[in-house]
Design a protein. Sequence first.
Length: 258
Amino acid sequence: MKIGFIGAGKMAQAIISGLDKSKFSIQISGRDLSKTQQTAATLGVTAASDHTNLIADAELVILAVKPHVIPDILSAYTITQPIISIAAGLTLDNLAEMTSNTQPLIRVMPNINATIKKSTTGIVRNAYVSDETFKAALAIFESIGSVHEIAEKDFGTFTALAGSSPAYIYMFIDAMSRAGVLHGMPKDVSTQIVAETLAASAEMLLKSGENPWTLVDNVSSPGGTTISGVVSLEQHQFVATVIDAITATIDKNNAMTK
Ligand SMILES: NC(=O)c1ccc[n+]([C@@H]2O[C@H](COP(=O)([O-])OP(=O)(O)OC[C@H]3O[C@@H](n4cnc5c(N)ncnc54)[C@H](OP(=O)(O)O)[C@@H]3O)[C@@H](O)[C@H]2O)c1
């Protein structure tokens, strides 16, 4: 399948580096041709001379520019092929208003972990996208991690849980490793220990299929050390604080999405 990327920044490059070049023929078109040519050479793909040529050649166009650039592109160029937008905050309706009422449109929300091919990606399509095109879109994003087909009404929640949450998880890791420093451990050692434990605990949760609280109970011996920390976290409203942070993220996303 021939895919054209308009915009070849961080996220486009992360997606392209995960794609099997024997299955997908990829062209990119950025803002500046010489920069695009350099990026294309690094990624082992083709630089289109301009957006018009890229669109003429593509079977599927991926818009990988910042959200505020998308209206300019969709008003300057007519794209009749299916479009995938990865722009945060732009709904299928927003995109349809800028194209046509029958334009096949797919909205995708990858996350920063695409950089290491471990994105947790949300995807939704409109009624004009064929099963074959949607299958191709799933294959593209499965090559950089896991893909969840979600209702568009849940995109704000998905964005909070998968898009913003890495920041909160890094804060949690940093807080724990700072506690290690407080108690005499070097910061780099402490951070490594916490990050490894977090990654293994997440893997354990996913592999076991257990409820997280069951795993908390499994680690909490009666009268032991862990339950003291669990009670301390709850005395400081750990669960409610995290829920409030996710709600604030969703509220902000909803306020920005018209
Ligand atoms: N990064 C993330 O974690 C993440 C996660 C989910 C979704 N997204 C979405 O992914 C999209 C891209 O984000 P990004 O992080 O990859 O941003 P980025 O690194 O800034 O990439 C955007 C690219 O678009 C290029 N560009 C600007 N105007 C253009 C035009 N008129 N035609 C073609 N290319 C143009 C920019 O070129 P110059 O650098 O030369 O200006 C830049 O290379 C955004 O819509 C964002 O919401 C990003």
